[in-house]
Write a protein that binds this ligand. Structure first.
Ligand SMILES: Cc1cc2nc3c(=O)[nH]c(=O)nc-3n(C[C@H](O)[C@H](O)[C@H](O)COP(=O)(O)OP(=O)(O)OC[C@H]3O[C@@H](n4cnc5c(N)ncnc54)[C@H](O)[C@@H]3O)c2cc1C
Length: 420
């Protein structure tokens, strides 16, 4: 099954496993809706634990954010560890700190061929005003044993090979991978463990059927004891008001043509991946075939052509003026699910219906780890979920989000540009 997005990932990914559309009536212990990292990791863990699992996805595995992202495997949540401890308890902080390691060691255990490396993530600042905040974040993780340290302007220049960075911190827990190959590898591993994964199989309705659930598709149905909804930023009207709990924002990404060796040798020579510390941030890395990739916030409407990627290309040329003459070879986008509190949520409107949503653009490590934890919890209810359950709370006037979220992005950009 080919990937519908003309991304660098789709052009270079491992082959997709066979995931035929579901047809006819089926039974399973657990139906998982969504075959991104969350749904696939849930299904893998459940199948390894002996449950019968059917996974549905409205495209091939990795059709959503999981097959389109920057491939940066970053631990942590939006809030710093001391705040997480206070709000959610040390177990949540500990979970958040381990998500990258959980993901990278899962890939090692399953031998998924997805170019995964422990490459280290730099949160880089172009603003001196951000450095105390980054130093404090680094200190809090370091106090919890994380291999992390601050980088000065000179080391930033050596490590990044771009201009304008005044400092940052390096988190060596982080890694990088090829996200579409990873999603496909995870699907393959779930299938090998006994799960059934069906692509091009959109769940159209989710209904009670006695004490079980009936998941209806256009060509069939599943009767399942339990259901996991892992549709994240691609959530539709399947469950009342779930889609109104997030703002689905576009993240856009570009990749250059293959860089000539003399340029490639000076850009991110140690293989780190980077995000900048602005409120409306950009992220970048060297991707497959020696191409520089950069991504950031896009328009709320689906991008239609190169003009909708101009902002990110300008940012790329701003950081790396030496690449002005190098053509942009790939442009693509995907959706990220933003929440009002910048945190992911797990909902359980019924004990046998679990939903994970709202990763705010950072879900490679988080989606994998939450998926495994949900699987573990459903196999053995005494194993706690890593986040407190929350109610499904629709955002006010959700239908107007393109307007108010655009104003918020404009305001954050303004604040970014006003900071010295
Ligand atoms: C451009 C971009 C760059 C990003 N960069 C990074 C990064 O570098 N690092 C990072 O940590 N995170 C990044 N993210 C975020 C990360 O990709 C996501 O948080 C993560 O992939 C979410 O995984 P998921 O499995 O929860 O959801 P998804 O991967 O989005 O999967 C949800 C799936 O549900 C399916 N679906 C929806 N409705 C139905 C239905 N009714 N029936 C059947 N299937 C359905 C969709 O087809 C989709 O495949 C990025 C995201 C984007 C878009």
């Amino acid at each position: 099954m080919s990937h519908p997005v003309a991304s660098l990932w789709a052009a270079t990914a491992a082959p997709a496993p066979d995931t035929p559309p579901l047809a006819g009536e089926h039974k399973a212990d657990i139906a998982v809706i969504g075959a991104g990292f969350t749904g696939l990791a849930t299904a893998l863990r459940l199948a390894e634990g002996g449950a019968s699992v059917i996974v549905l996805n409205s495209g091939g595995p990795g059709f959503g954010g999981s097959g389109r992202n920057g491939g940066q495997v970053i631990p942590g949540l939006k809030y710093d560890p001391d705040t997480l401890d206070r709000l959610y308890g040390e177990a949540t902080t500990d979970f958040a700190g381990r998500t990258a390691e959980t993901t990278l060691s899962l890939i090692e255990r399953l031998r998924i061929d997805c170019q995964a490396r422990r490459c280290g993530w730099i949160q880089a600042s172009v603003k001196r005003a951000h450095l105390p905040l980054l130093a404090e974040r680094m200190r809090q993780w370091q106090a919890r044993g994380a291999p992390a340290r601050m980088l000065g302007a000179a080391e930033m220049e050596r490590r990044i090979g771009g201009r304008g960075f005044v400092g940052g911190w390096l988190d060596e827990r982080a890694g990088c991978l090829h996200p579409l190959s990873y999603a496909r590898g995870l699907a393959r591993a779930a299938i090998a463990a006994g799960a059934r994964v069906h692509g091009d199989s959109e769940a159209r309705a989710l209904k009670r059927a006695g004490s079980a659930w009936r998941v209806e598709l256009s060509g069939g149905a599943i009767l399942a004891e339990e259901v996991v909804v892992a549709t994240n930023a691609y959530t539709g009207p399947l469950w009342p008001r779930l889609e109104e709990t997030v703002v689905p924002a576009n993240s856009i990404q570009v990749a250059t043509a293959k860089l000539p060796a003399e340029l490639l040798g000076t850009i991110l020579p140690q293989g780190n991946v980077v995000s900048d510390s602005r409120r409306v941030m950009n992220y970048f890395r060297v991707g497959p075939q020696g191409r520089l990739m950069m991504g950031g916030r896009g328009p709320f409407a689906e991008p239609r052509g190169p003009q909708d990627y101009a902002r990110i290309v300008d940012a790329l040329h701003g950081f790396f003026p030496q690449l002005r003459e190098v053509p942009i070879a790939y442009r693509w986008s995907g959706r990220v699910a933003m929440t009002w509190d910048h945190l992911p949520h797990i909902h359980q409107p019924f004990p046998d219906l679990t939903m994970a949503i709202g990763y705010n653009g950072r879900g490679v490590a988080l989606g994998t780890s939450l998926g495994l934890a949900i699987g573990e919890h459903l196999l053995d209810r005494s194993r706690p979920l890593p986040l407190k359950l929350s109610d499904i709370k629709p955002l006010p006037v959700h239908g107007l989000y393109p307007a108010y979220a655009s104003i918020a992005v404009w305001y954050y950009r303004l604040r970014d540009s006003l900071e010295s």
